[in-house]
Ligand binder design. Structure first.
Ligand code: MSP
Length: 650
């Protein structure tokens, strides 16, 4: 194995439901590491996937009258769509229902059985189906699952057992000798205590349901879902098959990223299985904290399950990724609220970053004819800026090595904030008034462009959509060498003479008021697919369907804008007067960031004409205009041919 390989994994998610913002956290962390390591020249393999077997999923599917595979096919399609929208650059997506996975799981089971470390006995004990976990009587808390507090079921069945107890001492020794294995240290201590409390043999098969991988030597049994699931990390690499090149190249994993609730499975069950099978252990397991909403877990019953898709539609993928990575304290729980998200977006992204770019570009346009000037000389202030920039890549590197994402971003923001301060200190507008200060002006503007370049390069693993937009505004989209991590070694990567091009704000400010927004990004309606519906093709979104009858209740009409003005004290809302072919309506539309009022006069748009009127900022809005939205982009829908106002849209 060469030094420069990096294998990173996320947990494989249960397709019992669509994913929420907490799930997006782990995957965003993994993606950031993968992108960073690729920039550093590593050969990266980034794996994610879905954990599709088990009693919980079988029951879920049954509830809606579907075969388990049909059910999970639909949910897995939504996983892939979410990862696409969140710019997740995984190399492989493993599904535990795939043949390639099943074969490896059976092979691993057989190996351990043949070695004598799996044996058959009677199991009697408790099972938590939501957690898919076995518990002994003494582990229960008030008769409930000690992890999730939900009721447990009594099981009595003939099962296969894995001799986990046999490996307890070896595991403890390993963990003690490899302090880096379990991160952060607080979780390591928890695990040490857990193991010291004694390990029992683990039940690794079930007979009371059949949605799982059959035990190869005894097909009445299915393999325990965690034995099945954990094996994904090596089945995706073709372990033990004819095609095991990836396994030899990438195993052991550099890191398994997991949430704190499943650290135990990854640092007790998984390593002991690997020990029994004679396979090297992963180098690290990092257990991050949970993202809490309203101070607690998200749950359907509380109705506070935050849908990342809604947030991406509203704020764009980069902003969501930034929030998740910036807001989670290292190793501990973090808090989500839409207000906190908007605050981060407005302060760090729109103000600090966005303004630095827009001020720099407009000063270069105004004072230098739009061409980035060559620097001429160096003063102490410049040196300070450069010295700061020079030490940041190492700081980011160190933080990422320890999975301290927030610290890495804070480091990058030091440069952004320093550059903003540098504008105030150097006052380019004053320099521009004095022809003798021309060389100084050039230096200052160059340094600002260069600081932006360096910050943007460092941000690219965190916010992959950002760089292309910055490079375009700095006119350096073809300067590939100046977009690499290596280019950070030197100050001066921005090619002087590039033509800047002012563009849309990087991150438009968002005005957010809970009461005005009306809706929060909470998943209101769960799609539960009914029988007889064909599964959408893999990779397609499974959106909630409506009937033709429901659609026909919408009255969509062509409307012509006759008047448009801003709603005072908001930067989001326009008040429109529209003609519906004789009838005039007032409509308040949240499009002020995308359209100037005067540009709308005479435009024909599509109006939802039978929407219940709503009062917004004291104005009655009688309808809603339709627009297409993608990330930061918004476009009103207009009829393609000339057609009079009032015409129906069907
Ligand atoms: N299928 C298992 C994992 C098998 S890995 C071999 C599983 N799936 S899960 O879908 O329930 O959870 C997947 C991950 O999401 C876990 O790491 C869990 O910690 C994480 N999260 C679930 N809710 C979360 C938050 N609210 N916040 C952060 N992470 C959360 O467990």
């Amino acid at each position: 194995m060469g030094d420069k390989v990096f294998y990173v994994t996320t947990p494989i998610y249960y397709p019992s439901d669509k994913l929420h913002i907490g799930h997006a956290l782990t995957t965003t962390m993994a993606d950031t590491l993968a992108r960073y390591k690729r920039m550093r020249g590593y050969d990266v393999f980034f794996l994610t996937g879905s954990d599709e077997h088990g009693q919980k999923i079988q029951r879920k599917a049954r509830e809606v009258g579907l075969e388990p595979l049909e059910y999970v096919d639909r949910i897995v399609a939504t996983f892939r769509e979410l990862w696409r929208r969140l710019d997740i650059s995984y190399n492989d997506f493993i599904r535990t229902t795939e043949e390639r996975h099943k074969k490896v799981v059976q092979d691993l089971f057989r190996r351990i059985y043949e070695k004598g470390d799996i044996y058959k006995a009677e199991y009697e004990g408790w099972y938590c189906t939501p957690c898919e976990t076995f518990w002994t009587e003494r582990q229960l808390q008030d008769g409930k699952c000690p992890d999730c507090g939900r009721p447990v079921e009594l099981l009595r069945e003939e099962s296969y057992f894995f001799r986990m107890s046999k490996y307890a001492d070896r595991l403890l020794k390993y963990i003690e000798e490899h302090p880096e294995f379990i991160q952060p240290p607080s979780r390591r201590n928890e695990m040490i205590n857990f193991i010291k409390g004694g390990l029992e043999d683990l039940c690794v098969s079930r007979t009371t349901f059949d949605w799982g991988i059959p035990v190869p030597i005894d097909p009445k049994h299915v393999i325990y879902v965690w034995f099945d699931a954990l094996t994904n990390y090596i089945s995706a690499l073709g372990f033990g098959t004819e095609n095991d090149e990836l396994f030899h190249k990438y195993w052991p994993a550099a890191v398994h990223l997991v949430g704190k609730d499943i650290v135990r499975f990854h640092t007790v069950i998984w390593p002991t299985i690997l020990m029994a099978a004679g396979i090297e252990l992963p180098r690290q397991v990092f257990g991050h904290g949970w993202l809490l909403v309203d101070g607690g877990k998200m749950s359907k019953s509380k109705g506070n399950v935050v849908d990342p898709m809604v947030l991406i539609d509203r704020y764009g993928s980069d902003a969501i990724r930034y929030f998740l990575l910036r807001e989670m304290p290292y190793g501990a729980d973090g808090y989500y609220s839409e207000e906190a998200l908007v605050n981060r977006l407005n302060s760090d992204l729109a103000n600090d970053y966005g303004n630095l770019l827009s001020r720099t570009v407009s000063m270069i346009e105004k004072f230098c004819g739009g061409l980035i000037p060559a620097p001429a000389g160096e003063e102490p202030l410049d040196r300070e800026l450069k010295e700061l920039a020079a030490r940041l890549p190492d700081e980011v590197d160190e933080a990422l090595e320890r999975f301290e994402f927030a610290r890495a971003l804070t480091a990058i923001w030091q440069l952004i904030n320093r550059a903003n301060k540098y504008i105030e200190e150097t006052a380019p507008w004053a320099l521009a008034r004095d022809p003798e200060k021309r060389p100084r002006l050039q230096t200052v503007l160059y340094n600002l462009a260069e600081a932006l370049r360096q910050a943007t390069v460092m941000c690219s693993p965190f916010m992959p959509g950002l760089p292309a937009r910055v490079w375009e505004q700095l006119g350096m989209q073809d300067a590939f060498h100046a977009q690499t991590w290596d280019s950070l070694k030197e100050w001066g990567g921005v090619p002087a003479g590039s033509r800047v091009k002012r563009g849309a704000p990087l991150f438009p400010r968002v005005e957010w008021k809970a009461e005005e927004e009306g809706e929060i990004a909470v998943r209101k309606e769960e799609r539960i697919p009914g029988p007889g519906q064909e599964a959408p093709p893999d990779g397609a979104t499974a959106e909630p369907e409506i009937s033709l009858e429901e659609f026909s209740r919408l009255r969509l009409r062509v409307a012509q804008v006759v008047k448009a003005e801003r709603v005072p004290q908001t930067d989001k809302l326009l008040k429109l007067e529209v003609d519906l072919g004789g009838e005039t309506r007032t409509v308040v539309a949240g499009i002020a960031r995308y359209y100037q009022p005067q540009d709308l006069i005479g435009k024909k748009v599509v109006l939802v004409a039978n929407l219940k009127p709503a009062k917004l900022r004291g104005i009655w809005s009688q309808g809603m205009v339709l627009a297409a939205v993608e990330g930061e982009n918004l476009s009103l829908i207009t009829p393609e041919r000339d057609i009079p106002p009032g015409a129906q849209v069907r």
